[in-house]
Write a protein that binds this ligand. Structure first.
Ligand SMILES: [Zn+2]
Length: 96
């Protein structure tokens, strides 16, 4: 079970954090508390955006993907996030 929070205009997933790398910067807290590449540590780094976890983190179970998508949609519908912009959420795996 993943945990989410709404911060300003974005939904973050508490179970992941962003390090300073340009690629593969989404780290799962349960596995990595420190990035061996850039040296950033979890405690000093922001939680990852749910949308980015879904799009860029490859090590997710189908159940986790569904949880994340549900959380994003819920936030958009219930809190009106993303309605002001023209962001589109299209996830191909959903129809698979
Ligand atoms: Zn890093």
């Amino acid at each position: 079970m993943l945990n989410f929070q709404i911060r300003g205009e974005v939904v973050t997933c508490d179970d992941f954090w962003d390090c300073g790398c340009e690629k593969d910067y989404i780290n799962r807290k349960a596995y990595h508390r420190k990035c061996n590449v850039c040296g950033w540590e979890e405690g000093e780094s922001p939680d990852s955006q749910a949308e980015e976890v879904l799009l860029y983190h490859e090590d997710l179970t189908l159940k986790e993907k569904q949880e994340i998508l549900r959380a994003i949609k819920k936030a958009y519908w219930e809190h009106g996030l993303g309605k002001s912009g023209d962001r589109k959420l299209e996830f191909n795996w959903e129809s698979k």
